[in-house]
Write a protein that binds this ligand. Structure first.
Ligand code: PMT
Length: 401
């Protein structure tokens, strides 16, 4: 009963997968949710509003301005009522219209008007899904906080095979349960614990105008800090240069370079119970950064770099060290490289992310992790970074006992 008393608004788009929505409503309701349904005009070609009314137990809205519907719940009231707005199937057309902020039909208007989280379940022909326009729309919607569930990969109604199938109703209902549970205040599993977390990139000066850095936005590390504080921990966050607000209840220390990050970490290390190295620390820095701007006098240029200190390995080498968790950002051989880092840096746990997958990892709203300890492996599937942070911290709390 993972959705007990949750108010879920389902927006059904005009795709063949709309026929699965009666089952989706049933699956949500059997988990305890109260479900209301709105449909686009084209969705009613695939499944009748009467069917959805029968399974949801409530009138179904199909038009923006319908005097009969306005007498009941108008679209604005529905937008305010919802605790989660699921759009399924989210067709290519719906995604493009929502990205553009269109408010000329029911589903996109509600998506604009609601303050509830919006989860979209893309469903369309595989070629349409893979088209740059659709991918661009998905990336933009994610960057605005929309959660994407799916699509699945497989044979399609059009006879083609590829990504673009709407997830099955059972999968969507499970994701909704997990999403709303993760959204709730997490259990105070870290009460009384002190956590030190690094986040963001480091910047290594080349000259007064240039530096070496990477694409880390700090979102994953800040999500960990925010979730840890919500779980009762006292959190110190050592952050490289990022553009993010300090999470509530977190002590933040801003640094630029790897050497500065190491100094801040070592200064705050005594008394920490848990250390999480989420920062993307630059592996190298200039042997001798230039004091004045380097001139473009030559067609090629060689920079002499030296290795930066390894902050994670330094923490792990301390006597009475905290429970030490590292991250591994890999494009290939995820498990092999992550396990190698776990051993080589002598840490307790490593969270590996595959940064070759679009829309996750560096500078994305979502991520997925494979978490390794010496003996175990746990898969945390793709979700928003805050939900993922909560799941990782739950694992850490369990292993640290
Ligand atoms: O910041 P976001 O945009 O949200 O992106 C999140 C992320 C992809 C940056 C994050 O999930 C992540 O993977 N962080 C670690 C990135 C990284 O530098 O991985 P690595 O495999 O190069 O390093 C392994 C571990 O050693 C990391 O814990 C790193 O913090 C640590 N390290 C690395 C080098 C160094 N000199 N000192 C270190 O402490």
């Amino acid at each position: 009963m993972g959705l007990m008393h949750k108010k879920i608004l389902l927006g059904i788009g005009g795709g063949i997968a709309a026929y699965k929505c009666a089952d989706l409503v049933r699956r949500l309701k059997e988990r305890g949710a109260e479900v209301r349904v709105v449909m686009s005009a084209s969705a009613t070609e695939f499944i009748t509003p009467l069917t959805l009314q029968a399974v949801s137990g409530h009138p179904v809205a199909t038009e923006m301005l319908n005097p009969a519907a306005e007498a009941g719940m108008s679209h604005i009231e529905l937008a305010r009522w919802a605790e989660l707005f699921i759009v399924a199937p989210a067709t290519a057309n719906l995604l493009a219209r929502f990205r553009a902020g269109m408010a000329d039909e029911l589903i996109t208007t509600i998506a604009l008007a609601t303050s509830a989280p919006v989860a979209m379940c893309p469903a369309m022909n595989q070629q349409m899904y893979q088209h740059a326009a659709t991918q661009d729309n998905l990336t933009m919607l994610q960057s605005r906080g929309v959660t994407l569930w799916g699509p699945g990969i497989g044979s399609q109604a059009c006879g083609e095979i590829g990504p673009g199938r709407m997830l099955e109703p059972l999968e969507i209902a499970e994701l909704a349960s997990r999403f709303l549970q993760a959204d709730a205040t997490p259990a105070p599993l870290l009460q009384g614990q002190q956590l030190l977390i690094t986040a963001g990139p480091t910047r290594e000066k080349i000259d007064p105008v240039r530096y070496i850095s990477n694409h880390s936005s700090g979102k994953m590390g800040f999500a960990l800090a925010s979730a840890a504080a919500a779980m009762g921990a006292r959190v110190t966050l050592v952050s490289g240069p990022v553009n993010l607000p300090t999470p509530k209840g977190v002590q933040r220390i801003d640094v630029e370079s790897a050497q500065q990050m190491l100094s801040a970490v070592t200064a705050h290390l005594p008394k920490q119970d848990i250390f999480i190295g989420c920062a993307a620390v630059a592996d190298y820095r200039m042997a001798e950064p230039a004091d004045s701007k380097i001139k473009k006098n030559h067609d090629t240029m060689q920079l002499q770099l030296v290795k930066n200190p390894d902050i994670l390995a330094t923490v792990a080498a301390q006597e009475n060290r905290p429970f030490t968790v590292g991250f591994a950002a890999e494009t290939d051989h995820l498990e092999q490289y992550a396990r190698d880092k776990l051993q080589r840096k002598r840490i307790d746990m490593i969270a590996a992310n595959d940064i070759s997958i679009p829309n996750q990892g560096f500078n994305a709203e979502r991520n997925a992790l494979k978490v390794f300890t010496k003996d175990d492996c746990h898969e945390l599937p793709s979700t928003d970074k805050l939900s993922l942070a909560i799941q990782l911290l739950q694992l850490i709390a369990n292993y640290k006992k």
